[in-house]
Design a protein around this ligand. Sequence first.
Ligand code: FE2
Length: 379
Amino acid sequence: MQNSLVFPESGKLRIMVVSDPQDLKYVRPTMCEMLGKAYDDYKPDLVLFNGDNILGNHLLDARFGSRKVAEGKEATFDAMKKALEKILEPVNRRKIPFAMVYGNHDDMNDLTKEEQIEIYRGYEYCMQMNAHDKSVDCDTFVITLSSESGNLLWAVYMLDSAWQDDKGCHTAIKPETVSWFKKTDEDLKAGNGGAPLPAVALMHIPLPAVNSLLTPCDKDDAGAIRCDDGIYKKLNSSIASGVMLEPPSIVETDNGLFDAMKQDTGVKAVVFGHDHSNCFEGNVDGIRILQTGAASFRCYGNINTKGVRIIDLDESGSFTTRFLTYYDIMGNSVLNKIKYFWDADEYAYKKYISLGVAALSAVSFASYKAVKRIIKKHR
Ligand SMILES: [Fe+2]
């Protein structure tokens, strides 16, 4: 389907951002249940996958552990298709248009981004994404949102922020991506009578601008995190709010992208993923930064940052946003707590200890009963 949507009659359009749902072909069922319930209860008009859509470098691993059980391009394609089926089919089945950008994990395997994107495009409700412009990556493109009469109302920029070459994985906004953004912004402005078109931009890896939301602090302060420069920092509460549980892992360079966004464009918000345990928002130079926690149960994370982000766009050009955690979506019943404990990787250690203690108790109890029976027999 095309890269454009018409605003609903209500004048409001709901985007759901699913960031880092990364998993193997054995996708953790609790994440699938959480996402399915989020689609049903919150009824997004558009679902955007914000990178690390699969665990691309572990696709050929065994169900348990990291032992490789297959190799080669064909096996990778097969495992990738199965992994993506669990993520994309529930959205497609509900007839919700969707699109994606890649993260650093997606192409750490034998398949190129161009080869992978064809799996996505095999779904009826997947947007076309970038099919023709060879000057930028296939996951760099724009989605336009219009009124029924065809007037442009909003744009959603999807921007590649990571790629793999023979020297390894790189995290940077390429200069050509920045040039593409500037030109596309100009084109959209021209189509909007010369006025900047309100826009949201999504990319997987945070831009350096995210550091402007932090302030140095004492290591004993609430929310203090030791950052990569060795200094303890926390969210600056006068401009930011939310949860920061790990130091921001930013792109090596944004090649001037954030500065370009500040230059008379309509960009009102930028959405990042990548840092699974960070989920916060704040203003930097008039642009809202929306750091979004991971959906994946397979990788590290935190109960307060696992979920999805809602962005409600209004045709007037304003927007609201909130992050829905696992408990917001599923409810915090005992059963849902047990499901979380069982499926989420951050509890793997405690889970194995619990299973070990339970097994030991069962063996001890059985031994006790057996000894008791023997003693009784010989009396
Ligand atoms: Fe990730």
